[in-house]
Design a protein. Structure first.
Length: 765
């Protein structure tokens, strides 16, 4: 085009070259663009009829310029762009001057006006057009990069707290070459590797860590939870295998048995000489443990128990360690004496000999391949009249005396049952801590990759890291903030659990149930986001997100289905159960219901509901008041709803059933308030100013993002108006933008060993 006779005869045609380049740069000229250009050319009185036809023909698809021609056009334009001209019109005029050897040249006013109108209609913004022809286009987005205003080691010290020494020891262990991730040829090979790793940990004393010193332990339950959390940076099958052996099997003997059981079993459990199982769940009964159908019938004549599975659907199902390695099991079964049911109790039942032969009367079936955790040998166990000695009943809370009579220091069947289960609530501490480690690993891999993966840049500029994109920050920064929030909340729940008094037991059991549900839901959602945020790389097994995602998926139903657990939390919030824990009958909540229905207070300051002041939106006090208001109002609303149903004659069970969705929100609002409370307390106690600054931003992001997620509720309640929720959205965006710079350092502070991350996309260069 630029070398054609028309241009040589009339250099003024160069006036249109920038427009033509910009139109063809998008590969095609649309009908609407053609219409604009045709109108423009018709208005140019200085063009001959032949020149107009030539220029119109060059807009037809058949005249599409080849790549070499486009490059030539661009080169022509860039030669004059050096002088700083911005608009296509200015660039065109300068081209004309260049090709007329600087001779005076002018265009009439109508021509210039028509060009300006066409430029506007075509959407050719002057500044953006200029970027197309720059050597390098630098923007705020392209210049943004990782930095840190705090010391990574200082932040890691805050996260590790008093467990820093043990965490370091565990990380050194799982970083050893013997713990390198292998390629498995079969499930059997994977299970054997996980068993070998468990044995290696037991040999170093980690398995018996929580046991009494007399049996090889350190009597350190906090340390046991720390071990579970740190191991979760490695392989989650190992974590669950470890937890089944030393947590469920070992702790059931410790907490439900007495000295004779401790002496007989604990040392061998702690060294993994005696692999075992925790056999509670049945095919037909999971959450409703009181409905278990396996029986333990007492035999007076020889002082034994007969363990029996009455039918196929009463088999113990999904029992870890059962399919390959378990030699004994803590079996939960209904105690039957002279035909009378004395409720669920626990018994030690042999499964295999040391050589692996299955005990007579015991049947074991492999659960087979699962969605994840295939290093754990889950199985189904059935019992056909299996005899065990009387001393195999774990008798801390109940026993059968020498006269063959049932005895217990706790008279209430329900209280005894829930006291027994309450001693095992530690699993609801260990599982969320493990889940959070998995989420931290996923976030570390994804944020590192997102900081290096380059993507579309500005016109005329270089590509930029995808982590610089606001939407990508929106996907990853709130989960990063929430992971920090949950870290401190789980520390708090652990401390409460370890130091609980009898009066606090039910409250702490509900708190543990809620934090377990909230954290594992978070992990599942976060790892899905991580997978998507890494694109195809996240789908490759070598980058570990698939293992993290699949292995942690079961956590939402481990230790109780999350939805059921949140209803348990709601019951705790609705009433202080004095006699029974988690009973479906709700007669004991009547007084609370009535009082809450009367005393619910509205906090709707006309100024505050509309305030968009940045200082106010970032204020901790505003956040806490908003969370507390939501928690209180949802509890009050649930109480009123239950009361109304019951007043209208509905059975209490049905009233609870129709209110379940509302009750889950009661649990969520309570846990979110506790999490925020603990995050703010941690910041108040943080001395390091750099760490305090970034923790404050993380806390603000957690709070405002949570409010944003619940903005519909706040708008319905009149607690906020649209202008405020919009301002909150804007503030969340800004916090994500600011925290993005700190995100690499914030994930480094997790201190995850490089050998455990093991994802090529996350490796340090």
């Amino acid at each position: 085009m630029i070398h054609s006779a028309e241009f040589k005869n009339n250099p003024k045609l160069y006036l249109f070259l920038p427009m033509y380049y910009l139109l063809w740069a998008d590969l095609t000229v649309t009908p609407s663009e053609m219409k604009v250009m045709k109108k423009l050319l018709e208005r140019q009185k200085w063009l001959s009829k032949e020149e107009k036809k030539f220029l119109l023909d060059k807009l037809n698809l058949s005249e599409f310029p080849g790549p070499n021609e486009l490059k030539a056009w661009r080169k022509e334009i860039k030669n004059v762009k050096k002088n700083g001209y911005r608009s296509p019109i200015d660039l065109g005029i300068e081209l004309v001057k260049q090709h007329t050897n600087g001779q005076p040249i002018s265009f009439d006013g109508e021509s210039i006006q028509s060009l300006q109108e066409a430029e506007s209609e075509l959407g050719l913004l002057s500044r953006e057009v200029g970027y197309l022809f720059e050597q390098e286009h630098s923007t705020i987005t392209s210049r943004y990069e990782a930095r840190s205003v705090f010391g990574v080691e200082s932040m890691q010290s805050i996260l590790d707290g008093n467990q820093a020494g043990l965490i370091k020891k565990i990380k050194e262990t799982i970083s050893d070459q013997s713990f390198a991730y292998p390629e498995y040829e079969s499930i059997k090979a994977q299970r054997e590797q996980v068993f070998a790793w468990s044995k290696a940990l037991a040999e170093q004393g980690f398995g018996s860590w929580a046991f009494p010193k007399a049996y090889g332990g350190k009597e350190d339950m906090e340390g046991y939870f720390t071990i579970m959390e740190a191991l979760s940076y490695h392989d989650l099958s190992l974590v669950i295998k470890f937890g089944v052996q030393f947590g469920l099997w070992g702790m059931s003997i410790y907490f439900l048995g007495t000295e004779k059981h401790h002496q007989k079993y604990l040392k061998d459990i702690g060294t993994l000489e005696l692999p075992g199982c925790f056999a509670m769940t049945e095919t037909n009964h999971g959450s409703n443990v009181r409905g278990l159908e396996t029986t333990a019938t007492y035999n007076h004549q020889d002082q034994t128990f007969t363990i029996n599975t009455p039918h196929k659907l009463a088999r113990k199902e999904y029992i870890g360690n059962a399919a390959m390695h378990g030699q004994m099991a803590t079996v939960f079964a209904k105690l039957m004496i002279d035909g009378e049911d004395f409720g669920v109790n626990t018994f030690v039942v042999p499964l295999r000999s040391k050589s692996g032969e299955i005990v007579k009367g015991v049947s074991i079936e492999d659960c087979g391949r699962k969605m994840g955790l295939n290093g754990v040998d889950n199985g189904l166990i059935g019992f056909n009249e299996v005899l065990i000695p009387k001393e195999n009943m774990l008798d801390r809370f109940a026993k059968v005396n020498d006269a063959g009579e049932f005895e217990s220091s706790i008279s209430s069947d329900n209280k005894r049952f829930f006291t027994m289960l309450g001693t095992l609530v530690g699993g609801r501490i260990g599982i969320p801590r493990s889940a959070l480690s998995a989420a931290k690993s996923g976030l570390t891999i994804t944020i590192r990759y997102s900081n290096e993966r380059m993507q579309f840049g500005p016109e005329g500029g270089k590509e930029v890291p995808i982590l610089n994109y606001r939407m990508h920050q929106r996907r990853l920064m709130p989960p990063l903030a929430k992971s920090y929030a949950l870290h401190f909340a789980l520390k708090y729940v652990t401390e409460r659990f370890l130091n609980k008094t009898e009066e606090e037991a039910k409250e702490i059991e509900a708190l543990a149930a809620g934090i377990k549900a909230y954290t594992t839901w978070f992990t599942t959602a976060t790892l899905q986001e991580c997978r998507e945020a890494c694109g195809g790389k996240g789908y490759l097994s070598e980058n570990r997100i698939d293992d993290l995602k699949n292995d942690s998926e079961i956590y939402t139903t481990f230790e109780g289905d999350n939805t059921v657990l949140m209803q348990l939390v709601a019951k705790s919030r609705l009433s202080e159960f004095k006699e029974e824990f988690s009973d479906m009958n709700i007669f004991t909540m009547f007084n609370y219901v009535v009082s809450q229905a009367r005393t619910s207070v509205t906090e709707k300051n006309p100024i505050i509901v509309r305030s968009t002041d940045e200082e106010h939106l970032l204020d901790f006090d505003f956040h806490m008041k908003a969370f507390t208001f939501r928690e209180r109002e949802i509890v009050a609303s649930s109480a009123k709803r239950l009361k109304r149903h019951i007043d209208e004659g509905m059975d209490s069970f049905d009233a609870f059933n129709v209110s379940q969705h509302h009750l889950v929100n009661v649990g969520l609002a309570y846990i979110e308030r506790v999490v925020l409370e603990q995050f703010q307390l941690q910041i108040n106690n943080t001395k390091d100013e750099g760490c305090k600054k970034v923790l404050t931003q993380l806390c603000q992001l957690y709070a405002l993002h949570t409010i944003e997620q619940n903005k519909g509720w706040y708008l319905e309640q009149g607690y906020m108006e649209g202008v405020k929720t919009k301002a909150i959205r804007k503030t969340v965006n800004q916090l994500c933008w600011e925290i993005r710079q700190e995100s690499i350092a914030l994930t480094d502070a997790f201190g995850i060993p490089e050998s455990c991350l093991a994802a090529p996309i996350a490796m340090r260069k």
